[in-house]
Design a protein around this ligand. Structure first.
Ligand code: SF4
Ligand code: MSK
Length: 675
């Protein structure tokens, strides 16, 4: 073993593994790390407490006269709220500015990812690289009209299909313009239900172009600019829509066109997927551009033979965070863990290379990697690490396969340098992942009707009570996976079907909720019956963080299929991020809310210090968009807030009675004299 550079002696407190996570392999690896004197996020979380003022969202450091901190008076606000920063900024202004900057950062992260995908797509369409191809021409043809690109041509009075490469170049060029076009609004807004588009137009929040909305957030939150929390949130809404119905949606679509739209497939999840006798290479981050190539390289005969020549039985790829979800949904590569398990994957001693791209990557990975043989490889020009044990191999789409082979070789060459300290937890679970708008249509519509009618029928007759989108991160301030799993089990027990993405989806895989068999164990009778009939899990894995756009489009399809109102806000549906931590989650939450979804976050929201602004998000938003924010740290209460909203919508649709009938058991029937 290499020198241990991060000693626990430096730490005041150590985490209690049983308190840190509900997941046994995570507990096992935390214990091992502590025994080896290696600090992890779990220990840091018990050692360092969050700042109470920042937690409430009322610290402003937007100019050098601050930071200005506006704590709530001990006995609450009596009468007028007189708190002010040096410039006079109120708690509402400061809190709204901070919230807006979170939206801007989240929208920037998703959208810059989308831009990188669009640039690679253009290079592929123009044949400037041989490594990327169009794998799903049907999807390309489906999205082309939104960008105003014709898919047919007329020659001598005959209408013919247009050359697919011409369509691809047209779509790529138009898609890239979405980041900076000088006039108009985003092309994909047209995909939303018409009443929602009308609402956005009436509220003046149609995004103009993606970069502009993010830049304007930064301008408006600069010292001395926008000082009206409602006007600030108007821009926050616009920027969030530029993410959900813009950058993130373009990322999802172009990835599907280039790498193939996901279809349900079988895989496994958790640290136990790593293999002691294989070269273990883990990809981590968000952009699948390089990891797609790494999958191809690792599966090539040449690399497998090379691994064998070094004494390994093969190459085991695994993933963490959303890069994991991307290669899981298209290739069945198993995730080794969620966000909070990233250090633990190295602590197994069996990680020969960890390849990172962008977002959600702990800088402490480099310190942990120093304690083992693991090669930590950064690959993105915008995401480097300062530690000297990190290798940087810059990925370029023009020679993507060459880069991937170089990286895989580094992992293989490192296999023989492993120390004796390999300890891979046994825990792993089976899962079915790779659902999408199209596969839901197929599975819940069936090959005969092939649309969302059957899903709607089952919602109307009450077998399915409603739909929940449960997404987002882990947060070291909450018990790892506990909120996700408790909440989701409570939802499916109450017949609410769950669509999941991000680390929530990985958590569901790890805890066995992504199998059709789990329906009989955890679901209420209505949802169990539907899952059994069509052979799907009660929790559907819809992909990565940018793939929350799939949830928006699935909701739109439900609206279109009819019988459940005219807009997303009419649906018996709710959203949730129970263990959120990322600014991206705030951007996602805001575009869910402004698309009409009641959205509940767990842990806390950085709003407690500005009760008026908080009420604006929790109550007033509903009048504008039909959706609103809420927060509930207790996962059971959290689930029941979502269920109460679903029931409210069922009542408004007049389908609450149908559900009463479905839920009747033998005792109810006997009471009514029916048995
Ligand atoms: Fe303080 Fe105003 Fe400067 Fe913020 S912008 S740090 S509230 S003076
Ligand atoms: S990876 S943003 S921790 S879901 Fe998308 Fe997980 Fe949250 Fe990162």
């Amino acid at each position: 073993m290499a020198e241990v550079t991060t000693k626990v002696e430096k730490i005041v407190k150590l985490a209690d593994p049983m308190e840190a996570s509900i997941e046994p392999s995570t507990q096992e690896m935390i214990r091992r790390a502590q025994k080896m004197g290696i600090e992890t996020v779990f220990d840091r979380a018990v050692t360092m407490k969050p700042c109470a003022i920042g937690l409430q969202g009322i610290c402003c450091k937007n100019c050098a006269m601050g930071p200005c901190r506006l704590p709530l008076p001990k006995d609450g606000i009596q009468g007028e709220d007189t708190r002010k920063g040096l410039c006079g900024a109120t708690a509402n202004t400061i809190c709204a500015r901070n919230f807006l900057r979170m939206i801007a950062a989240g929208a920037a992260a998703h959208s810059d990812h989308g831009r990188a995908v669009a640039e690679t797509f253009l290079a592929a369409a123009k044949k400037q690289t041989n490594d990327y191809k169009i794998k799903d021409p049907a999807k390309l043809i489906q999205i082309a009209p939104y960008f105003g690109i014709a898919t047919t041509v007329e020659e001598n009075g005959v209408v013919k299909d247009r050359d697919i490469n011409e369509i691809a170049v047209g779509v790529a060029e138009k898609a890239l313009q979405e980041w900076g076009k000088p006039s108009g609004t985003l092309a994909y807004l047209k995909r939303a239900p018409q009443p929602l588009q009308d609402k956005w137009a009436a509220m003046g929040v149609m995004p103009r172009n993606i970069d502009r909305e993010i830049v304007e957030c930064m301008h408006r939150t600069h010292m001395g600019v926008d000082q009206d929390y409602k006007n600030l949130m108007k821009q926050g809404t616009r920027a969030s829509l530029a993410d959900g119905w813009g950058g993130a949606m373009i990322a999802t679509d172009l990835q599907d066109v280039m790498f193939g739209s996901p279809t349900p497939l079988q895989s496994e999840a958790n640290l136990g997927v790593m293999k002691e006798d294989h070269v273990n290479i883990i990809v981590h981050g968000h952009e699948p551009l390089l990891s797609e190539m790494i999958v191809a390289a690792a599966q090539s005969q040449e690399m497998v033979e090379y691994a064998k020549s070094k004494g390994a039985k093969g190459i085991q790829l695994g993933g963490i965070c959303c890069t994991a979800n991307e290669i899981l949904q298209r290739h069945g590569v198993p995730p080794v863990g969620t966000f909070l398990q990233q250090e633990l994957a190295i602590i197994t001693g069996a990680c020969d290379a960890m390849v990172v791209d962008v977002q959600c990557i702990f800088q402490n990975l480099a310190n942990v990697a120093k304690c083992f043989h693991t090669k930590l490889i950064t690959t993105h020009p915008i995401a480097k690490m300062e530690q000297d044990n990190v290798v940087h191999i810059e990925f370029d789409e023009h020679h993507a396969m060459e880069d991937a082979i170089r990286i895989v070789k580094i992992g293989i060459d490192n296999f023989q340098k492993r120390g004796a300290e390999v300890m891979i937890p046994r825990h792993k679970s089976s899962q079915i992942a790779g659902f999408g708008v199209e596969s839901i249509r197929y599975h819940l519509g069936g090959s005969f009707r092939g649309d969302y009618f059957t899903l709607n029928d089952n919602i109307i007759n009450g077998r399915i009570r409603g739909i929940a989108g449960v997404v987002g991160c882990n947060n070291a301030r909450t018990k790892h996976n506990e909120e996700h799993i408790t909440l989701i089990k409570e939802l499916i027990k109450n017949d609410v079907i769950v669509l999941t993405t991000g680390c929530s989806a990985i958590a569901c895989g790890i805890h066995g909720l992504l199998t059709p068999e789990s329906a009989a164990v955890y679901c209420g009778p209505g949802l169990a019956e539907v899952c059994e009939t069509v052979g799907i899990p009660p929790v559907l894995h819809l992909g990565s963080c940018v793939d929350n756009s799939r949830i928006l489009l699935a909701a739109t399809e439900v609206v279109k299929a009819g019988g459940l109102g005219n807009d997303i806000c009419d649906l018996p549906a709710a959203g949730s991020a129970p263990e959120w931590m990322s600014e991206k989650a705030i951007a996602i939450g805001q575009y869910f809310v402004s698309s009409g979804v009641y959205t509940v976050f767990g842990y806390h929201m950085p709003l407690e210090g500005a009760p008026v602004f908080k009420d604006y998000l929790y109550k007033e938003m509903e009048k504008m968009y039909g959706g609103m924010w809420d927060c509930e740290p207790d996962p059971i209460k959290h689930a029941h807030k979502m269920i109460a909203h679903i029931d409210k919508k069922r009542k408004a649709l007049g389908i609450d009675k149908a559900r009463d009938r479905v839920l009747m058991d033998m005792a109810d029937r006997q009471a009514l004299g029916m048995e």
